[in-house]
Design a protein around this ligand. Sequence first.
Ligand code: FES
Ligand code: FE
Length: 417
Amino acid sequence: MLDLSIEPISSLLRARRAGYTLPAGLYTRPDAYEADVEVIFHRHWIAAGVEADVPEPGDVYALDIGRSSIVILRDDDGIVRAFHNVCSHRGAKLLDPGPGTVGRLVCPYHQWVYELSGELMDAPHMGADFDKGLGHLRPVNLRSIGGLLYVCLSDTPPEDIEDLAAVMEPRLAAYDLANAKVAFETDLVEHGNWKLTMENNRECYHCTANHPELCVSFVHYDFGYDPEGLTPDEAEEAKAHAERYATQSADWEAQGFPSSAVERGPGHATNFRTQRLIIAGPGESQTPDGRAASSKLLGGMTRKDTGDVHLWGNNSWNHVMADHAVIFACYPLAAGRTLVRTKWLVHKDAVEGQDYDLETLTAIWKATNDQDAALVARAQAGAESIGYRPGPYSTFTEGTLDDFTTWYVERMTANGY
Ligand code: FES
Ligand code: FE
C-alpha cells in the first residue's frame, strides 16, 4: 500500500547530513517554502535594495518579501525609511511593487493619506473623535550599511546586523554607494528554490564549464581546488596565485583598502562573507575585457586596480569594484520559483553613452545570470525527481555551501522547526 504520510519539515531538517545537500522536500515542498518565508525572510535581516533606489525625497520603492510587502522611501528630510506596505484602515496594500515618486502615500481604497514619515494625515469620514495617532504606518527595521539596505520584518531583529555593519562600513566607505545611481536593473525568475539559487552563487565549481564571459575576470584558483588533482604546472600556478594574493592584499591594506576575508557562517543569525578579490587580466572590473566600464569611478575612488569587494549574505551577493557595483538579491516566490533582482550601480554623475556604455557595463552579469538560472532550474528538476538523494559537497570547492545549508538548518530549528 502507498504510504501517503507527509514527513514534517522538522524531520527533514533533522535528516540533513553535514556535508550533503538538503533532503528533497526542503527544496520542493510548498510547506517548506512557507516555513522558509516565515523564518528566514520574515525574522532575519534581508537585503532589500540600495539607497540609490530612492535617491530623492518622495521616491518610493515597494518590495514583496514572501507573502508580505514593504515600502522603502526617502522622506522630506532625506531620511530613508521602511514601512509595512499595509494601510492602517482595513489593511489594503498601499503600493504595487516597484519604484515610484509620491508627495504623500494615499491608499487607493478609501484615500487615507500618510506623510512620508508614516504619520496618518487624513482619514476621511472617520469623525472628529478619531485618533489619527493610531493610524501611523507600521515601521520596518531598516539598516543602511554603506548604502546597501537591509530590512527585518520581525519586531525582534537579530542583533548581529551590527557585526555586518562594523565589517562592511569601512570596506564600502570609499565607494559611497549611498550616492550612486542605479544604471540598470533586471528581474529574473529562476525556476528553482531560493536555497538552490543561493547555493549556486556561492560556488564557482560550475564556472569554468558554464560562464565563459565571467571567467575572463575571475581568477580560477580563487574558488578552491583539490591540491592532489593538479598537474605540476597547475600546482606551480596555484602557488604563484596564493603568493600574489598575499602581496596584493598587503598592498591594498597598506593603501587603506580593507581586503582580508571575513566570514560569519553557522552560529550567526546574519551570515555573510566578504573579501577583496583579485580581478583577472587588467584587473579593473567585471567587463568583457576586464577594464573599467565607467570612466567616472564610484564615490571618491581614484584608482581602478582595487579589485572586487565581494559580499554575500542571507539572500544576497554583491561585487563592488572601483567603477561600478553589481548588487543581487533573491526573494522566494514559491517552492520552485525565485526572483533574482540585479542592480548595476555607477557614480551618480556618470552619463550613459558618455562615461559608460550600458552594454559593456551589464554584459557579464546579464549573461551569467541567464546561465545560472538554467543551472538552478536543472538542479530543481533533479530535486523534484524520485531519483534525488542528497549529494556530497566538494570539501575543496563547496565548503561554503555546506556552511549555508548548515546555517539554514540551524536557523530553522532555532525558530521552532
Ligand atoms: Fe486603506 Fe481603507 S484600506 S483607506
Ligand atoms: Fe554561476
